[in-house]
Design a protein around this ligand. Structure first.
Ligand code: FAD
Length: 341
């Protein structure tokens, strides 16, 4: 499709409100959408505007209570069989239509596979920009614009980006950089049902099969316990110790980039600046030195437990608990103890 390039700055006064795109998979709202509702609430309050959510799917009206409980004032609800699974075309057409009709000032989306697919396309269609993969949000005091923060130049600087001329101000935000808000199920709001404008021929792809790339053990973003291994695991076979400890604790397996680059574990498991951002209750760093790029992905963990044979390893500076010792001795001892519980 041809996309008309819109170079003329828009009348910004016509655009009002903060929107959060609600990502749901098979009727389950992803955590990142709740995290963004919590952060969207703060932005909306600071701007003196309302917080709205966009909920698209098949038979998803039952999820509206959950969305209101996380702080939305209003929900734009678009339902239809064509939304049974996420499709680039169907969701792009729908989001674009909603934006052109209701004109929000700000749109937040998760920096997930779907959000990364949908966000840039929609931004292009409505003639605005998009700040991708943000790790923080705020309001720029001088201009009142949303200040989007993201790593730039290979992570060497944190750039703060403003969108002065175009609307909406759009961005994708990494999961787990914000805490999920406390929910209030007495909070409710307005539901605006919008008819779908998607025609069957608009959707150019067909979902043939869903193949799970991995089991729960690599669902890092949702995990409450993560056991990560680094170069200090010494060889790939030793990663079975990481997996065993994660299994005993019901947690997920993570890794440093050194372990991924060595081919010991798939890139899906990498934590850090160029991997996943995680925020579990407990994070085990086993044989990981604590490079800044690794910390960028796990420093919002509630409790960090580091195991390293070098007492001066940087990871100990930010760990809540440190064990100075050989991972090949310490991890089996921990597995044996946890098995007794
Ligand atoms: P090392 O730094 O080599 O540390 C190994 C540690 O294991 C050492 O502290 C050592 O004392 C300890 N050790 C060794 N043997 C044992 C043993 N038997 N028992 C106990 N401890 C032992 N890294 C990431 O992790 N994630 C990223 O997303 C990421 N993105 C990057 C992006 C850029 C642009 C760049 C430049 C780098 C990035 N890196 C990333 C790489 C990062 O800089 C580090 O090189 C990497 O994190 C190091 O991994 P490590 O801690 O496993 O290895």
């Amino acid at each position: 499709r041809e996309v008309e390039e819109k170079t003329v700055a828009v009348d910004k006064n016509l655009y009002k409100g903060v929107w959060v795109y609600i990502e749901q998979v098979n009727g389950h709202i992803r955590n990142v959408s709740h995290e963004l509702l919590g952060e969207g609430r703060k932005l909306a309050d600071a701007m003196g505007q309302e917080l709205a959510a966009v909920l698209i799917g098949q038979d998803v009206a039952s999820l509206t209570k959950d969305v209101f409980a996380s702080g939305a004032d209003k929900i734009y609800l678009v339902e239809g069989t064509e939304f049974k699974h996420y499709s680039t075309d169907g969701y792009t057409i729908t989001m674009t239509d909603l934006i052109n009709t209701y004109r929000p000032s700000v749109i937040l989306m998760g920096a997930t596979n779907d959000g990364r697919d949908l966000g840039p396309r929609v931004a292009c269609r409505v003639g605005t920009g998009l700040t991708a993969d943000c790790t923080n949000l705020g309001i720029d005091e001088a201009t009142g614009l949303v200040a989007w923060t993201r790593p730039a130049f290979g992570g060497n600087i944190m750039a703060t980006i403003l969108c002065p001329d175009h609307r909406p101000q759009m961005g994708t935000i990494r999961p787990k950089v914000f805490k999920r808000p406390e929910q209030d199920f007495s909070h409710t709001g307005e539901i605006i049902k919008v008819a779908s404008k998607v025609k069957p021929e608009d959707i150019r792809t067909e979902l043939i099969e869903v193949i799970q790339a991995c089991t729960a053990s690599c669902n890092l973003e949702e995990a409450e316990i993560i056991v990560s291994g680094g170069r200090g695991m010494c060889k790939p076979e030793n990663f079975t110790l990481i997996e065993e400890l994660a299994n005993v604790l019901g947690g997920a397996v993570g890794a440093s980039r050194a372990a991924v680059d060595a081919g010991w574990i798939p890139a899906l498991n990498q934590v850090g600046q160029t991997g996943k951002t995680v925020g579990p209750k407990v994070y085990f760093a086993c044989g990981i030195s604590g490079a800044i790029q690794h910390l960028a992905g796990m420093s919002s963990s509630d409790i960090v437990i580091a195991i390293n044979k070098d007492a001066d390893a940087p990871i100990f500076k930010m760990a809540d608990y440190g064990i100075v010792g050989d991972v090949l001795e310490v991890i089996p001892a921990l597995i044996a103890e946890f098995k007794k519980l």
